[in-house]
Design a protein around this ligand. Sequence first.
Ligand code: URA
Length: 211
Amino acid sequence: MDLEKIPPEQPGLPFLERQDEAGVAERFAAYLQELRRCDQCRLRSGARRLVPGEGAPGASLMLVGEAPGVEEDRLGRPFVGPSGRLFERSLSKIGVSRGQVFVTNVIKYRTPENRLPRVSEQRACMGHLRRELDLLRPKVVALLGAIAARALLGDQVRLKDVRGTRIEVHNTIVYPMYHPAFALRNLDRDPQILEIFGADLRRACREAGLP
Ligand code: URA
């Protein structure tokens, strides 16, 4: 399937043939140059930095979050704030390092005051996420939170219905799970939530052959 021909606003995971990592780094560098030039939405003008996905070119597991927060905007790297620390701690309990996976977001710029990204912004950014998927072709994709779940599984999907399930879309395995920020915010209400997050992450890692 030629990903360039898919309208960016179309939700859903594309069909991804597995590939080896030869050439991925160079093609990723070319993609980054295009991404830097993107002016499909207004977020770029209000943000400090572009926050593209990052990680191992041959990663079998890709984690997709929502949008950069304050720390990510400051450093130009995804998941480096409180959510990222929780996610890294949870990974390390499983015996996996951040460098073994690929981490990205649906939206590549911080939204004003960290508001929820608008549907138009998500649609404008969808082509970039598709490019990242096409470049990496991960075996497993972990969807962190409702925005990522809807972006790749369709607008009608409700996280509470799919969280913790294993979904096969074409030839990619998808694990929708809580967003780490949601887990942190709801710790008082649900003391089990970190364990649930960790267990979901462990299943996704195992399926991806990690550690
Ligand atoms: N940091 C990110 O990079 N993405 C999120 O969704 C939250 C925090």
